[in-house]
Write a protein of this length. Sequence first.
Length: 187
Amino acid sequence: MLESILKLDRELFIFLNSLHSPYLDDVMLFVSNSMVPIIFILTLFLVYGFIKFKNKIFLIFIFLAITFGLSDSISSRIFKPATKRLRPCHEKSIESYRASNGCGGKYSFVSSHASNSFAVLTFIWLIFGKFNKGFLLVFPYAALTAYSRIYLARHYFLDIFFGAILGILIALSIYKLMKAKTNLLKY
C-alpha cells in the first residue's frame, strides 16, 4: 500500500513539476529562497501588532519565534532523518525539469519550507485574522511557497502537504498555549 501511495506521489510530482515555464523560474527561486517577502510580512506583523497590542507585541513575537523554531526543528531534525526519503532532485529515476541553483539537503519528508511558512503564517492569522480579513492573504503566499518546492524539484506533493499540516498544528498548539498561559490576547 505504501508503495502505491509513493508511486502516485511521484506521478503527481512529475505532473506538477512539468507545469514549469522559463518565465517562472526566477519567480519560483525568489519565492522559495528570498527573505524579502518574510521580512515584509514580519514588519507588517510588528507594525500592525504594535498598533493593536502596544508593547505586548514583543512577547507575542517571542511565541511566533517559538512556533518557527519548533516547526523548523521537528521537520528538519526529526522527520527528515527518520524517514530518509530522497528529494526528487536526488532521484536518478525521475526525468523531469530541474531548476538551477542546486538541490539542497538529501532528504525531503517533510518540507521545512512548507512547515515553516504555514506555521508562521497560521500563527499570524490566528493573532490578527479576527481584526482584519486581509490577513487571509497569508495562506496563498504559504501555498505558493510550498508549490515552489515542487516546481524546483526539491519536494514531492506529500512532503509539502504533510509539512503544511505539521506547521498548522504547531501554530495552533503554540497559539493555544500562549492564550492559556498569558493574558496577551485579553482585550
